[in-house]
Design a protein around this ligand. Sequence first.
Ligand code: GLU
Length: 529
Amino acid sequence: MFRIVSILKTPKLNYSNAYRFAHKMPEHLKDIATSKNPEFSAMIQYYFHGAAQLMEKDMIDYLGKYPQMKPEKKQNRVNVILDMIGNASCCLEINFPIIRDDGKYEMITGYRAHHTYHRMPLKGGIRYAMDVDLDEVKALSYLMTFKTACVNVPFGGAKGGVRIDPKNYTPRDLQRITRRYTTELLKRLMIGPGIDVPAPDYGTSGREMSWLADQYQKTFGYSDINSLAIVTGKPIHNGGIRGRESATGKGIWKATDMFLSDEDWMKLISLKTGWQDKTAIVQGFGNVGSYTAKFIHRAGCKVIGIIELDCSLFDEKGIDIPALIEHKKLNNTIKGFPNSKESTKDLLFEKCDILFPCATQQILTSENANKVQAKIIAEGANGPTTPAADKILKDKNILVIPDLFCNAGGVTASYFEYLKNINHVSFGKISSKREQRMVDEILSSMTHSLQQGGKCIKIEPNENLQELRDCNTEAEIVAYALQHVMETSAIGIMETANKYELCNDLRTAAYIWSIWKIFMAIESSGLTM
Ligand code: GLU
């Protein structure tokens, strides 16, 4: 598509601000900076408060728009808003029985957490995994708020999950669990097209989203014309949108590309710009990891390692990613891939330019961050890096592209799907042919006018105009818009890093960039008057 030219001066080498976590860090978060194994929600709160402290003065200055307001009241209002953002509004645990295919009864536990209601509906995935618990969904709901604000998508944050290992259940069992979980959430007004809109996450896919939508349409949503907008990430024939399935991976490629194309940022970590001479290792080969590998491979990057739970592959000549995707589709595992060798090493710590953790949270900790040899870490997973590890990586001058920005492509495409559902029309259906014709007619009118003036020049579209003219299918429009969203957010984060003199601390920059929008939405809603 289009590239930005570098908009930055060389990022300022001033580490002092990044570590200026002063006295205002809440008491229960004090140990998180050094903790080997922090509670997940406390870890996200810690990142939030760390960034919020740097912004406090600017927030108070912003309240200068109320000339009558006393300084203590301004401070108090800022504190209350930060407290609101620092806590989850509502967390639900539900327990329900199912009868399994083999006739046995089983109790199932599910959760849904709502972070803040400053934007409605809320948004966030549903995961099926054995480590799902209340703290995990709470942490992930915070992250969803920061993520949606980071890419300027108008949703609040939520997350849900069911504590099961989906591999141990038949599709019929899974359908029963999904439908019952949906009903339990609906009964409590926890989800709905205007309340909270789930999506796939770890252990779920379009299939579960179809069941969820169907359960709503057949029950509580029977007369709701917007019923399909209860969930995103649906299959195309069920109200989904083209490009949603690959969107998280595409966004991760684009997020990385934005930094990789920028001379100043690359100079900061002593790398050349561009993908061509780069090597990468991807942890996870599910939806997120496999699409990430596909897009970076297509960009010219050599993917030398893939890490999965049951096996890792290493090939210094570069793994044939399209062939591996085919292999996984057929065999449901990367094991037995004939073209590359299995490796018993922990590839997380192998030498490469870019490491993509695309599996799960708290992978990089104070115990292992020192061993990382990559120059860039692009966080495809949510919360893969603990604060103690984050500090080690920053000190090693590794550029961490943080989760709340890096993997926001998924929820961005979800937003497009949501718009498609509530508008009841797919993108481009009504206007694209007319727009295409308009470009052709403008060019031919110009040619015609020149000819009338005696000039025999045919006006031809340049490459960019031709590309825009041809971008008219739903898939192309979604891909274009997704890239644009990632580009503008990257620029916002780069500028924030510069303004707050954060050096390589992109995480704090991304949090600040997000918190501003949440702060202003809450402040202007009058909630704290
Ligand atoms: N589960 C994805 C995430 O963590 C997508 C969320 C959504 O589309 O609502 O970003």
